[in-house]
Design a protein around this ligand. Structure first.
Ligand SMILES: [Zn+2]
Ligand SMILES: [Zn+2]
Length: 112
């Protein structure tokens, strides 16, 4: 939108999924209004329990410079999906046991 004054952001790559920036930018009739721009980064403020937010480049730059955080990664396919968890070692969101059969599901399938 012609705004060339934005602070520089890290190389963000291409997002395969669209998540929206959840930064509160105001209130209307007592309801918080979120930024709503496409998010490019996923920020974990605390790890256990995980408190995370999605952010557009603009708000990410401001937030990461201002607040201390646990970890940040680019928005990936599993970010924010139901059941996905933040893996602090892999530094991404994933489904627990996604490379292993889930016991309950397998048993249910075999014996079901
Ligand atoms: Zn934003
Ligand atoms: Zn994530």
């Amino acid at each position: 939108m012609g705004n060339t004054d934005r602070p520089p952001v890290p190389l963000l790559g291409e997002s395969r999924t669209v998540r929206l920036c959840d930064r509160t930018i105001g209130k209307e009739n007592g309801q918080e209004i979120a930024c709503g721009k496409p998010a490019v980064v996923h920020i974990a403020w605390y790890f256990n329990p995980c408190v995370a937010s999605f952010s557009c480049p603009e708000h990410a730059t401001k937030a990461l410079n201002k607040w201390s955080y646990f970890q940040v990664h680019l928005v990936g396919p599993d970010c924010g999906m139901p059941g996905a968890v933040w893996d602090g070692d892999e530094e991404r969101c994933l489904y627990p046991g996604e490379e292993l059969p889930v016991r309950d599901t397998v048993e249910e399938f075999v014996h079901g």
